[in-house]
Design a protein around this ligand. Sequence first.
Ligand code: COA
Length: 259
Amino acid sequence: MAYELLLLEISDRIATVTINRPDKLNALNDAMMRELSAMIDELTANKDVGVIVLTGAGRAFVAGADISRLAVAEQGELEKFARFGQGVFRRIELSAKPVIAAVNGFALGGGCELALACHVRIASTQAKFGLPEVKLGLIPGYGGTQRLPRLVGRGPALQLILTGDPIDGTEAARIGLANAVVEPDALPGAARAMAAAILKNAPVAIARAIEAVDVGLDATLDDGLRLEARLFGSLDETFDMREGTKAFLEKRPPAFRGA
Ligand code: COA
């Protein structure tokens, strides 16, 4: 697919996807959502990519769903709108390759929800996270009411959802919404450093770990433990499990094959 709203750069097995509609603060329109969905599928299938970093061009990560589109939504259309966006973000969340959000600026509404669907969030001190939908007579519709309380707890999530007021990157890191906060200049390097740390590890194990956490979070503890044991057990078929344990005992770095 030819991408008009996303930039892609691949180096050292890290794919950096830059959302590039800066004149509208990277607001998510239908075309952008389709491109994001296709990009995730393409990168997940690309053998040269191990980790995906998602960031925004200019002042914003993403300033939300495109309000000009919402303003003309016909009656009965909003639910479809939410389901479509939720589906795209769920693909990101279920990607077998980790997706790191490098949140450079505004991450509001759908932008905050996009960051929430990523596996890890690194914020710049200039980032602004918020779910301002209630200010528009809406509620978050791309997963914010579900993922934010799961991530930071009910009280802090409801504060953000009910006031609609944003918090900065430092506060986001304090409440656990961001994994880390760094100065703006250090953001690309910090995201790449985390990607590089992940890339040292066995790819199949990384994929199974994502699955265990994602499915387990919505399961009872007993069901989650059964799932974990099953996925743990599934790794005994992999070359990498033999290689990783052998390399440790031989005091050498492992040479993983991703199989
Ligand atoms: N949808 C559509 N367009 C958006 C947008 C969105 N979510 N967010 C920003 N834009 C557009 C603005 O309309 C403006 O376009 P214009 O230059 O053609 O008028 C451009 O991006 C720049 O935004 P502007 O508001 O002028 O910048 P600012 O620095 O004054 O304010 C924000 C920045 C982020 C505080 C403000 O743009 C904002 O509140 N955006 C909406 C956030 C939101 O409610 N998101 C949830 C949507 S469900």
